[in-house]
Design a protein around this ligand. Structure first.
Ligand SMILES: NC(=O)c1ccc[n+]([C@@H]2O[C@H](COP(=O)([O-])OP(=O)(O)OC[C@H]3O[C@@H](n4cnc5c(N)ncnc54)[C@H](OP(=O)(O)O)[C@@H]3O)[C@@H](O)[C@H]2O)c1
Length: 279
């Protein structure tokens, strides 16, 4: 840690949100193994500190534990608490596992609101807080952990799809309006009628909005690298361990984007480490 601080010109420092478990924890571990000084953030200080201790136990020392004040909303009822016994998924393929998840997720109005708050507004607020620091770096990077569910193909409404893809005209204000409209239609039970996605509807919409916001930022700050990374379908608490990748494999796909050589692409979506389309 000291070494990194005393030689700031070549120090690489990463802030990882949700770093206490799952893919975020593994991203911390892999970045630290690569010599990056990691600021591990967690919404719960005890869980964050425990994660740092675990990493230190693995012989990795360059960590700061920090509580991310903006990250205080909750998943709430969005995902039901379920048994995470991995054995129940053996023999099920990728699609059967996803189907299982769709069946076992209880999508409520409050849960949808919280999902949008966490995945879109939470991310946005953390970015806003960190932008000045990123801009002071000679190689500032943002990697937003996205999902294949954030692809525009899941939004049936052609007009909305086009708006979200027309990055030169899209504004943050318009994104807010679209998210409000989505939540109103959710509440009115009109998702299908209005052409929104269904099945993990709020998650898909929040990630699609986050992708669009990332592209807006990439345009606005060409000196930064702002990209989105889909880790793949991983066995974590969020997927109730139903995924097909280990958290380590999922994190590797995120870390690969984080550690791209200087001057790499910006405003790009990476699916499992490879450049892909936002559509
Ligand atoms: N797993 C997959 O298959 C998959 C696929 C595509 C994308 N992703 C994305 O990968 C990222 C990490 O997911 P994961 O699978 O590693 O999930 P995870 O193991 O459940 O970890 C989620 C992390 O986010 C934190 N978190 C949850 N709700 C939060 C909230 N309301 N405010 C602030 N922090 C919150 C958790 O903190 P606590 O421990 O305090 O709850 C934890 O640190 C997410 O952005 C997810 O959308 C995952």
């Amino acid at each position: 840690m000291e070494g990194a601080i005393s030689s700031p010109s070549n120090a690489r420092i990463a802030v990882v949100t949700g770093g206490n478990k799952g893919i975020g924890f593994e991203v911390c571990r892999q970045l630290a193994s690569d010599g990056v000084t990691v600021v591990l953030t967690a919404r719960d200080e005890t869980r964050g500190t425990a994660a740092v201790e675990k990493l230190k136990g693995l012989g990795l020392s360059d960590f700061f534990a920090s509580l991310c004040e903006q990250c205080r909303s909750w998943w709430g009822e969005y995902l039901q608490e379920l048994d995470t016994n991995e054995e129940k998924f053996s023999g099920l393929d990728y699609h059967q596992r996803l189907e299982w998840m769709v069946k076992n997720v209880n999508e409520t109005v409050d849960g949808a609101k919280e999902c949008v708050q966490t995945n879109y507004y939470g991310t946005k607020h953390v970015i806003e807080a960190l932008l000045p620091l990123l801009q002071s770096s000679s190689d500032g990077r943002l990697v937003n952990v996205s999902s294949a569910y954030g692809l525009l193909t899941f939004i049936n409404n052609e007009e909305v799809r086009q708006e979200l893809n027309d990055i030169d005209s899209l504004t943050e204000k318009r994104l807010d309006e679209l998210l409000d409209k989505f939540l109103k239609d959710f509440e009115a039970g009109a998702l299908e009628a209005r052409g929104w996605s269904t099945g993990f509807a709020a998650y898909k919409m929040a990630k699609a909005a986050m992708n669009a916001y990332s592209r807006i930022l990439a345009n606005r700050y060409p000196e930064l690298r702002v990209n989105c990374a889909h880790p793949g379908y991983a066995k974590t608490d969020m997927t109730m361990s139903s995924g097909v990748l280990t958290p380590e494999e999922g994190a590797r796909n995120v870390v690969k984007v984080t550690l791209l050589p200087e001057g790499g692409p910006t405003g790009v979506y990476f699916a499992k480490g490879e450049e892909a389309s936002f559509l």
